[in-house]
Design a protein around this ligand. Structure first.
Ligand code: DLL
Length: 434
């Protein structure tokens, strides 16, 4: 079902005209309201008048996480605080999160984008949606929640953490749609099987995202739960979930191009790549008021296709993700950078900066083991000291990355050391396309 046919199915020419107009407006907005962008454009000898349409996009500067970090928390806001109504955030490479701010209109547009995604997955106002993404600073919970309500469906704000309660509510409320991470849904499916309650489940659709997943996972969840599963993409900086979603033909994720202008660039030369080539996805927001971003480097590697889809939508579609240009991992839906782990370890006395993160998926649940070299003396001391150190590291990591990791303390020099770039991650999950 198409939620907003006028926008979702406009011809590519009409779309480019609209994007050009909105780009010019956005450039004017940031130039006049965000000191950081004004300075950046001035350094490049650019004035708003130099940007007349899409053909001038490449003249504009990129925005990166480092820019967000330098302007933390609200330095990139383009309106006064009195006009902002919401803040969300996700982890950054350093201790500072990536923060996004929203005006009321931003929240409305975001909700419409999520509603379009849900509608694309066949969800209607007659559905009962259980939101199993985390609520809070993470955009998943509230993003899916507002989108579901915008559609007119009934939303159950389940959040994460209690699978048995989620399954009980699913049965009692006759839930028809679930929105959660794909790995969590597979875990839920297994618990449903274990509890022997499959025949009491009314689910028909799942809207899964926030982490990479494979076609095999889609097949598994569709078969186990007798549902149709859809892929939803987004990132905090750009708004949250609902930047793109796949339709029933599963030929890639349709981007809401009337709100987000995509490009694919070579992450080394930073030049735009011809259509169909794989590179880094870059997004310019076209309607955001609170924190508009010019050419934001998502660090996600993919390619785009624009030939018309059988569903009738005309937007560019994101193809399978191939990885990231940075070392961010998504573990149980949580973004984690090795640098955060390193920083946490350094705060605990007795550890060394030599560590290895081993990520795996066991029974559809992500596991994280952190192997840490500790000072020799701990191995000759009583066992209780080693145990205390292990607990201290565990607790510190939990505070910093928000995950419970299994800690394995090892002797000095037990891990690989190198003069060059030491490998700190072994990810056995193989979630990205080759
Ligand atoms: O994960 C927003 C979201 C919430 C999307 C719920 C979908 C559903 P962040 O925490 O800022 O935002 O993480 C953004 O997650 O750059 C991708 O690397 C990855 N990601 C998000 N969705 C997908 C997906 C939310 N469908 C980062 N497939 C992005 C692959 C995804 N990777």
């Amino acid at each position: 079902m198409i939620w907003n046919e006028a926008k979702e199915c406009m011809s590519r020419d009409e779309l480019h005209f609209l994007q050009g107009k909105r780009l010019v407006k956005t450039v004017n907005r940031v130039y006049h309201n965000v000191e950081y962008y004004r300075k950046k454009m001035q350094q490049l000898g650019l004035e708003p008048g130099d940007i007349q349409g899409l053909e001038d996009l490449e003249k504009l500067p990129f925005t990166t996480y480092e820019d967000l970090n330098a302007n933390y928390p609200f330095g990139l806001a383009a309106v006064p605080t009195s006009e902002l109504v919401r803040v969300h955030a996700s982890s950054g490479t350093t201790g500072r999160p990536k923060v996004a701010v929203y005006t009321r209109k931003d929240i409305d547009i975001w909700a419409e984008c999520v509603a379009r995604c849900m509608s694309m997955a066949g969800v209607t106002r007659d559905d009962i949606i259980q939101v199993g993404y985390g609520y809070g600073l993470f955009t998943g919970g509230l993003g899916a929640h507002y989108g579901g309500e915008y559609l007119g469906a009934m939303v159950i704000p389940m959040s994460t953490g209690n699978t048995h309660k989620l399954i009980q509510m699913m049965i009692d409320c006759k839930v028809t749609v679930i929105a959660c991470t794909p790995s969590y849904l597979l875990h839920v499916a297994e618990d449903i099987e274990k509890l022997g309650v499959k025949d009491q489940i009314n689910l028909k659709v799942a809207i899964c995202g926030a982490e990479p997943w494979t076609d095999e996972m889609r097949t598994q969840m569709e078969q186990k739960l007798n549902i149709k599963a859809y892929d939803i993409y987004g990132l905090t900086e750009i708004s949250g979930p609902g930047v793109a979603n796949d339709c029933e033909y599963h030929k890639g994720l349709h981007i809401w191009e009337d709100h987000f202008l995509p490009e694919i660039i070579d992450p080394v030369t930073l030049k735009q790549l011809p259509e169909g080539e794989t590179g880094e996805l870059v997004m310019t927001t076209l309607t955001k008021e609170g924190m508009p971003l010019l050419r934001y480097r998502t660090k996600d590697l993919t390619r785009l296709e624009t030939e018309r889809c059988q569903c009738g939508r005309t937007s560019a579609r994101i193809q399978r993700f191939k990885g990231r240009t940075d070392d961010m991992l998504i573990i149980r839906g949580v973004n984690v950078f090795p640098s955060q782990v390193e920083a946490a370890l350094l705060q605990v006395d007795g550890t060394t900066p030599h560590y290895m993160m081993v990520v795996d998926r066991v029974d559809n649940k992500d596991t994280l083991e952190v192997q840490v070299e500790v000072e020799e003396k701990y191995f000759s001391d009583e066992v209780s000291k080693l145990e205390k150190l292990s607990k201290d590291i565990h607790d510190r990591l939990r505070e910093v990355i928000g995950l419970n990791a299994k800690i394995q303390l090892v002797q000095p020099n037990a891990l690989e050391h190198s003069d060059g770039k030491t490998k700190h991650v072994i990810d056995n999950r193989k979630l990205y396309a080759k």
